[in-house]
Design a protein around this ligand. Structure first.
Ligand SMILES: [Cu+2]
Length: 165
C-alpha cells in the first residue's frame, strides 16, 4: 500500500514536470518547431544559432514603428534579432527586399487570414517576444516590415544595410 502510494506520487510529479517542461519549451510566439528551411534568398539565408555573434534588440510598437528602424550589418554576419512587442496588438517582423515585401503585403491584404511562416519572419503577440536568426551573406540594402494588413501601410518598416566591407 505504501509502495503503491509512492508510485502514484512519482507518476503525478513526473506528469507535472512534463507539463512544466512544455510550458518552458513554448515561448510567446506560435512558430512551429519544425526543421528550419535553409533556402538562399536575395537578402541572406537562415542562420545557425551557434554562429550568432551579435544580438539586435528590436521593440515593436503600436504606433506602427520598430525601434531601432535602421540596422547596419557586415557581410557574412549572423544576427539574432530579438523582438519585444510592447504593444497591445500582434506584430511581426519580416526581412526581405522592398519588392518582395510589397508583393507579400499585397497578398496579406487580399487574404487577411493567410498564415505564413519562414525563417526570415517572426510573429510576435502582445507583450511577447520572438527571435529570428539570419545570416546576411548578400550585400545590399534590405527592408524589414510588419506585414499585418494596415501596419505596413502605416509605415511599420525598417532598413537593414549589409556592407561588403
Ligand atoms: Cu505590426
Amino acid at each position: 500500500m505504501k509502495n503503491r502510494r509512492h508510485a502514484l506520487q512519482t507518476l503525478a510529479s513526473t506528469a507535472l514536470m512534463a507539463a512544466v517542461g512544455r510550458a518552458v519549451a513554448s515561448p510567446g510566439h506560435d512558430k512551429p518547431h519544425g526543421p528550419v528551411k535553409k533556402e538562399q534568398t536575395e537578402w541572406g539565408i537562415a542562420g545557425d544559432a551557434k554562429a550568432v555573434k551579435r544580438t539586435v534588440q528590436i521593440t515593436m510598437l503600436d504606433t506602427m514603428r520598430f525601434s531601432p528602424d535602421n540596422i547596419a550589418v557586415k557581410l557574412g554576419e549572423t544576427i539574432r534579432f530579438r523582438m519585444k512587442n510592447t504593444g497591445a496588438l500582434g506584430h511581426e517582423l519580416v526581412i526581405g527586399t522592398k519588392a518582395k515585401l510589397d508583393e507579400h503585403a499585397a497578398l496579406m491584404a487580399k487574404f487577411s487570414t493567410m498564415e505564413h511562416d519562414e525563417p526570415y519572419m517572426a510573429h510576435v503577440g502582445p507583450k511577447a517576444a520572438g527571435d529570428i536568426v539570419w545570416t546576411f551573406n548578400r550585400a545590399g540594402n534590405f527592408d524589414f516590415a510588419c506585414l499585418i494588413p494596415g501596419h505596413y501601410q502605416a509605415g511599420m518598416v525598417g532598413k537593414i544595410t549589409v556592407a561588403a566591407k
